[in-house]
Design a protein. Structure first.
Length: 255
């Protein structure tokens, strides 16, 4: 674990290390208790320092996770919501999950939600005491994760165009949408929305897209599952044919 504080510039309070001995835990607690609030908020520099801390670790050895805590809007460095969202997406592409926590009433919920939207969670707490209760719960949900390096891709047929997609989905190239996540937690629902325009074909029922899920499951090789999505033109409903589904392959995993 590592702890970074940030105001105009970030400060590394605790360098990345394991807390596997009581004396180390006591030292970490002492340093955290010594943190004091200061002026200004530079989220960009804090995320970049957190990224460097993660890059120092051996790949695949630890769970890559950032909890970004803020009590106000960014005032230093990059302050644009879209730019900070893009920065967070770069970090997520490294296999990192970013949760965000807003403390008090003066933070920008829209910005913190944007930063955490790729597989992370947003939380709001009223004060530091509420934060103290939230952290163990959130860390435990990360430790009991389902899989890492998760990517969901939607490949459309030539007769199909995407005319709208939710912000979690990105257009890789014409005909392909994708969304990347760091950690997928047990029992977590992923909701991706897209509106499609379909050129009618002279058939009763035809596939309009393939949905591909790839991720790393602990103790196994990389896992891939493909689901074909069909349009039933007589009922105007989408029928999903799962074949050998993830649930059948991993009956102990709620998905």
């Amino acid at each position: 674990m590592s702890v970074i504080t940030y105001n105009r510039t970030p400060e590394l309070v605790i360098d990345a290390q394991t807390a596997d001995h009581d004396e180390i835990k006591d030292e970490l607690i002492s340093r955290v208790n010594g943190i004091r609030a200061k002026g200004a908020t530079n989220i960009e520099s804090a995320v970049n320092m957190a990224r460097r801390q993660i890059l120092k670790q051996e790949e695949g050895q630890y769970i890559n996770y950032i909890m970004l805590i803020s009590d106000g809007d960014p005032t230093e460095g990059e302050t644009d919501e879209t730019a900070l969202q893009d920065l967070a997406h770069e970090v997520v592409e490294m296999g990192v999950t970013i949760d965000t926590v807003g403390v008090g009433e003066e933070f920008s919920e829209a910005m913190l939600r944007a930063i955490s939207q790729h597989g992370g969670r947003f939380h709001a707490v009223s004060d530091a005491h509420s934060l103290e209760a939230l952290v163990p719960y959130t860390v435990e949900s990360i430790r009991n994760y389902l899989c890492t390096n998760t990517k969901i891709s939607i490949k459309l047929r030539n007769e199909v165009d995407a005319i709208y997609q939710s912000t979690e989905l990105e257009l890789d190239y014409p005909g392909k949408l994708s969304s990347e996540y760091g950690i997928l937690r047990n029992g977590e629902n992923v909701v991706l929305i897209t509106e499609l325009s379909v050129t009618p074909l002279n058939v009763t029922r035809f596939p309009i897209a393939s949905v591909l899920l790839t991720c790393d499951i602990p103790g196994t090789d990389n896992w891939t599952e493909s689901i074909d999505v069909f349009l039933g033109t007589t009922t105007d409903s989408i029928l999903i044919e799962q074949g050998n589904s993830m649930r059948e392959k991993h009956s102990d995993i709620p998905f």
